[in-house]
Write a protein that binds this ligand. Structure first.
Ligand SMILES: Cc1ncc(C[n+]2csc(CCOP(=O)(O)OP(=O)(O)O)c2C)c(N)n1
Ligand code: SF4
Ligand SMILES: [Mg+2]
Length: 301
């Protein structure tokens, strides 16, 4: 029998309140497997507070702080200081926030936490909209996507602006570790979580988190869509250690982006031209990533 590389211990209880096929639920499950039980998670207002805490239950077998949506970064700085004051050096402090709570409302607190060099992991699970309050667009919603605030009827064409590059903002703060993770690639996911766990200093994980009702696809397709996102170049997998970038999955020829777009109702209004626009952008971003990796590798150590 093949060796199981993902830790077997479950730190998320079954029977929680997520929708079937919820990407963020998978993200938390895999994250805690990699981090282990000596973890405290700070979660702001988002789908995960609903998933984890319908009174009087909890979905998590680790300590959880429920914090205001703008405060995740500040809350993990505080938790770290408290843990250190109590001599709890072996506890991993984690902020686990959505894209709205990270790219928009909590951006200042994230910046502060990174700039203070807080010894903690900040996770953005990116389901590309404010899902908990009814699928409103966020700074992380991609160009052209339908949301309830970026309609596609009456001459409207979805979100007119592009996706905010949160990773670029984070990298400007020089974290000790930053990586993109996708639950559809659990071994890569787990390796990055364990690597982040064992480093000291500010760390950032960007997790791809498909949302069936928000993106309008069948809940049985979450993993297939995740694989397509990475293999088309829409969500490349890489890590950056002390500023040095390495792509962790290269599957030869990228798949056409149209396959990824057509699998989701939020892009059903797209024309061939729209698909080509996205394809050009994804290709250019991928080429830049390859170039960046080459430049980093050629830097003297
Ligand atoms: C300051 C503030 N503004 C708005 C809200 C309402 N609110 C609660 S959850 C949420 C959505 C958060 O979106 P995101 O961070 O992307 O997480 P998701 O719901 O997608 O999991 C919003 C807007 C709030 N709690 N606090
Ligand atoms: S709305 Fe989306 S992110 Fe929220 S619980 Fe349901 S599937 Fe998960
Ligand atoms: Mg969201």
């Amino acid at each position: 029998m093949a060796k199981l590389t993902i830790p077997a211990e479950e730190l998320v209880y079954g029977g929680h309140a997520a929708c079937p096929g919820c990407g963020p639920a998978l993200a938390m499950r895999l994250l805690l497997k990699g981090l282990g039980p000596r973890t405290i998670v700070s979660v702001p207002a988002c789908c995960w507070t609903v998933i984890a805490t319908p009174y009087p239950t909890t979905a998590l077998r680790v300590g959880m702080l429920d914090n205001p949506i703008e405060a995740t970064g500040a809350s993990i700085s505080g938790l770290r200081a408290a843990a250190d004051a109590l001599g709890l050096k072996d506890v991993t402090i984690v902020g686990f926030a959505g894209d709205g709570g990270t790219a928009d409302i909590g951006l200042q607190a994230l910046s502060g936490m990174l700039e203070r060099r807080t010894n903690a992991i900040y996770v953005m699970y990116d389901n590309e909209a404010y899902m908990n309050t009814g699928i409103q667009r966020s700074g992380a919603t991609p160009w052209g996507a339908w949301t309830t605030t970026t309609p596609t009827l009456g001459g409207h064409r979805g979100k007119p602006e592009g996706k905010k590059d949160v990773m670029a903002i984070v990298l400007a703060h020089r974290p000790v570790y930053a990586a993109t993770l996708n639950p559809a690639f659990p071994e890569d996911f787990d390796r990055k979580v364990e690597r982040a766990r064992d480093l000291v200093g500010p760390r950032f994980l960007d997790i791809f988190a498909p949302c069936p009702p928000g993106w309008k696809f069948d809940s049985s397709e979450t993993i297939a869509l995740g694989r397509l996102a990475t293999d088309s170049g829409v969500f490349p997998l890489y890590e950056i250690v002390e500023g040095r970038l390495r792509i962790t999955r290269k599957s030869g020829q990228l798949k056409p982006v149209a396959e990824y777009l057509r699998a989701q109702g939020r892009f059903h209004h797209f024309t061939t031209e729209d698909e080509e626009t996205v394809q050009r952008q994804v290709r250019a971003d991928w080429d830049r990533l390859l170039q960046r990796e080459l430049e980093d590798l050629s830097r003297p150590h």
